[in-house]
Write a protein that binds this ligand. Structure first.
Ligand SMILES: C[S@@+](CC[C@H](N)C(=O)[O-])C[C@H]1O[C@@H](n2cnc3c(N)ncnc32)[C@H](O)[C@@H]1O
Length: 271
């Protein structure tokens, strides 16, 4: 199937309203062939019916395929790891109380294929004082169901683990051929769910969190959608909870509802 540029633009607008993902004209040109291919494979005969299926019939499978065709899931272990150090050395100790094991809920959205969630778990496991004195629950969420399946399996390529200190690779992975299987204990403690940040029922489904990591997703949104995402995080974070964003994510957002806590980093406290 060949699509007119106007049709592509209409589809992009629909995708943005459902997921926040913004495709400018240049990206649309780049993804044109891929989108035409997935529509062709769906067996639907014309653009109008395809659009109708996603917009009005709310066909999740078609939407999922479209998301997968145009999203960048790029991630790796220990990415921007200074923030994991801020988490374990400066933020988590604030939650420790003298007499009980306080529960701390961490959300990683987007988690993509799980590398960030497991990196955080490794950083926490390495910090005994924190690990033993808090009850930490960690949830990874991503709109792309294939990535969630991959995260649950926990099997990674060499490229994915190469930024991790060697001692951690030895301690937390088993090598299987060319691949690296993450420790079963970490898999057991991580919860991964497929979820769209803009789902109305997200907070009801996942609850509130003390700490949210949302790195390298807002860069794919336009400023208005970024702001919407920011407000959403504000609602999902408990009072005096924390938000970690990626280096380029926070540009163009009114961040007054949060207080920056560290110079040079996008780490904020809900005030
Ligand atoms: C580049 S990855 C970032 C992964 C990881 N946080 C990191 O920094 O390495 C961006 C991810 O955002 C996800 N994503 C995009 N829009 C989303 C939405 N509305 N809700 C949840 N996840 C979304 C994509 O599926 C993709 O896996």
């Amino acid at each position: 199937m060949t699509l007119e540029f106007e049709e592509l633009k209409k589809l992009a607008k629909l995708l943005q309203s459902k997921t926040g993902i913004y495709l400018d004209d240049e990206k649309l040109k780049r993804y044109k062939k891929r989108i035409e291919e997935i529509i062709g494979k769906s067996g639907i005969e014309n653009f109008h019916s395809y659009y109708h299926q996603i917009r009005f019939i709310k066909n999740q499978e078609l939407l999922q395929e479209l998301i997968e065709a145009v999203t960048v899931n790029e991630t790796y272990f220990w990415r921007e790891h200074e923030e994991f150090e801020i988490l374990v050395n400066e933020i988590l100790p604030k939650f420790i109380t003298p007499n009980d094991l306080k529960r701390v809920r961490i959300l990683v959205l987007p988690s993509s294929s799980g590398e960030e969630v497991y990196s955080i778990m490794i950083a926490i496991s390495e910090k005994k004082e924190v690990y033993e004195r808090l009850h930490i629950e960690i949830v990874g969420a991503d709109i792309d169901s294939n990535m969630i399946q991959k995260a649950k399996k926990g099997i990674y390529s060499k490229r994915s683990v190469e930024k991790l200190p060697k001692e951690y690779i030895e301690k937390y992975f088993t090598k299987i051929g060319d691949f690296y299987q993450i420790d079963r204990n970490l898999i057991r403690y991580a919860n991964f769910v497929q979820a769209n940040l803009f789902d109305r029922s997200l907070k009801m489904r996942l609850g509130e969190f003390d700490i949210v990591f949302s790195r390298n997703m807002l860069i794919y949104f336009d400023d208005q959608t970024k702001q919407k995402a920011f407000e959403k995080f504000h609602k999902m974070i408990k009072p005096f909870g924390y938000l970690f964003l990626g280096h380029a994510d926070a540009n163009g957002i009114d961040k007054r509802k949060f207080k920056p806590i560290k110079r040079g980093y996008n780490v904020f406290m809900k005030s």
